[in-house]
Design a protein around this ligand. Structure first.
Ligand SMILES: [Zn+2]
Length: 293
């Protein structure tokens, strides 16, 4: 059994009104996306989904897109541009099944080895926007918000003002620590503020249970604390791996995956101008694996 805070188990969203529907993200595998579309069918015919908004390009939010072939796939310019840096399903499968004994391979095998990416085809975005874009879905007004770089190199949120709901993608993780792939921890903190400034009351994170405003503020506070601590370690010339261990010891709390604090510390080090900080998916996974072990 897997928890909803485990790697790869993500939240999608549906906005449906008067025969029209917009889907926020698909799922990691085709099986999980089929289950999602079966749930959609309980609300409206799944071919009413004419738009899929990709909150970012990570596979756990996009690899089911091929099962919604009638829909345009919308994301921000920055998000679309980042897709070429993503690990593909074949590469992830190889990594997860590799018999290599190093930390990183063991970590990927443990967390991703049980997913089946057979027949996944990566579907690129078909339309992009910058800043904000308002769309009408039946009677519902939907606002797409380009959050810029934070969790990923380009994050997008979907705001439904009349319902006071925001689908935040991985700009929010609930019950688990944030992964920062982009090297911008300050971007993650800023994104929390943009989400709060919508005035929404309900926030759907990319992973984990729904959040209220206090929950989002708590995440923002935790990220700010880590940014401050990491910035101070960077200033004192503490090596990143040591800083990550110290931050894990003091900031892990009860949230799942405290090893992801490595990615937050690395992002803070990059922003502090420390040379030679590892970036890129594999280097960050190695850092997390080392911190988990
Ligand atoms: Zn995710």
């Amino acid at each position: 059994m897997h928890n909803r805070t485990d790697w790869g188990y993500s939240n999608s969203g549906l906005i449906a009104s008067r025969g029209q529907a917009l889907l926020v993200d698909t799922q990691f595998t085709l099986d999980a996306t089929r289950r999602l579309l079966a749930a959609v069918e309980e609300i409206c015919p799944s071919d009413a989904v004419r738009t899929v908004v990709s909150t970012h390009q990570n596979g756990d939010h996009t690899w089911g897109h091929r099962l919604v072939p009638q829909a345009e796939v919308v994301t921000s310019v920055a998000s679309a541009a980042s897709s070429c840096h993503e690990m593909g399903p074949e590469q992830l499968t190889l990594l997860a099944q590799s018999a290599a004994a190093d930390n990183a391979s063991a970590y990927v095998a443990e967390h991703f080895g049980h997913f089946d990416f057979t027949d996944v085809v990566v579907v690129p975005p078909t339309r992009t926007f910058e800043g904000r874009e308002e769309r009408q879905v039946g009677d519902a007004v939907v606002e797409l918000i380009d959050l810029g770089a934070g969790h990923s190199a380009g994050d997008v949120a979907v705001h439904v003002p009349d319902e006071r709901v925001v689908f935040a993608g991985d700009a929010l993780f609930s019950g688990a620590h944030m992964v920062v792939w982009s090297g911008s921890l300050s971007g993650c903190i800023r994104a929390c503020q943009v989400l709060l400034d919508t005035g929404a009351e309900v926030f759907v994170p990319g992973h984990g249970a729904l959040l209220d405003r206090a929950g989002v503020a708590a995440i923002q506070g935790r990220l700010s604390d880590v940014a401050e601590a990491a910035g101070a370690y960077a200033q004192r010339g503490v090596p990143l791996a040591n800083a990550a261990r110290l931050i894990k010891a003091s900031h892990a709390g009860t949230w799942a995956h405290p090893e992801r604090l490595f990615t937050q510390a690395a992002a803070a080090y990059i922003e502090a101008g420390v040379p030679g900080v590892p970036s890129g998916t594999l280097a960050l996974v190695e850092g997390m694996a080392a911190l988990a072990g």
